[in-house]
Design a protein around this ligand. Structure first.
Ligand code: AP5
Ligand code: MG
Length: 220
């Protein structure tokens, strides 16, 4: 069992790296953004409440997001080899809730990986991102294009831009990240599990560094 978090600002490559790490290490990738987007798409009562926060680049309130994501985390941790959590926790209150949940299940977080990328690079990555609405796989128009233009390699679905990937909302997401999510790094630093990486290299370069670290931890 190996549970880890991947952290970093919007566009840092959390989803991109998490999907590759999950594949390599045989873990489940669980992205809170994907869980929230699925609830919004299905128009559930929770999704209806979350939509306005998501569309404006704000965080969904802690209680609401924890109620949506908590059961997924529990079942992902219980089944199989472990989980790569992406996008949760995003506030110190969420980090405490996660610690409580793991303690109750007698589980622990083995690693927290933080990807550091300059803000100007983040904006370019996000305005050029394409995602698969069916399997949530992430592409970039130049850096990581699909094999056939506009179509997901995995399932052939038409790729689209996320509604929150426009410049105004991206700037708000970055502001919210610095204000509310950066303090979570100190929470994990104090617990001795945080490892920071330069996320500004190519996708493969970042992956090799992160995976080397994770494999050394797993082997230890
Ligand atoms: P979420 O879906 O988590 O979005 P985010 O944190 O803003 O992060 P992104 O998914 O935009 O970026 P990423 O780091 O995954 O980058 P990616 O790999 O795609 O959350 C969205 C919203 O949901 C929030 O605003 C909030 O409203 C709500 N929400 C979710 N979780 C919540 C929570 N816990 N609490 C409260 N609210 C919550 O890469 C980006 C692009 O760059 C891609 O095109 C990719 O191909 C490219 N790329 C990646 N790596 C590289 C590289 N090394 N070089 C060049 N290009 C690269
Ligand atoms: Mg993502």
């Amino acid at each position: 069992m190996f549970n880890m978090l991947i952290m970093g600002p919007p566009g840092a490559g959390k989803g991109t790296q998490a999907q590759a790490i999950a594949k390599r290490l045989g873990l489940e990738h669980l992205a809170s953004g994907d869980v929230v987007r699925a609830e919004v798409k299905a128009n559930t009562p929770s999704g209806q409440k979350a939509r306005e926060f998501m569309d404006s680049g704000k965080l969904v309130p802690d209680d609401l997001v924890t109620s949506m994501v908590g059961s997924h985390i529990k079942s992902a941790c219980e089944s199989g080899n472990g989980v790569v959590l992406d996008g949760y926790p995003r506030t110190v209150a969420q980090a405490r809730s996660l610690t409580d949940l793991l303690d109750r299940e007698e589980l622990r977080m083995h690693a927290v990986v933080n990807l550091k990328v300059p803000s100007e690079e983040l904006l370019d990555r996000l305005v050029n991102r394409l995602t698969c609405p069916q399997c949530n796989w992430v592409y970039h128009r130049r850096n990581n294009p699909p094999k056939s233009e506009g179509v997901c390699d995995n399932d052939g679905a038409a790729l689209a831009s996320r509604p929150d990937d426009n410049e105004t909302v991206i700037r708000e997401r970055l502001r919210v990240y610095h204000e509310q999510t950066e303090p979570v790094l100190a929470y994990y630093r104090e617990r001795g599990v945080l490892q920071e990486f330069d996320g500004s290299g190519t996708i493969d370069e970042v992956f090799e560094c992160v995976v080397r670290y994770l494999e050394s931890l797993k082997g230890a």
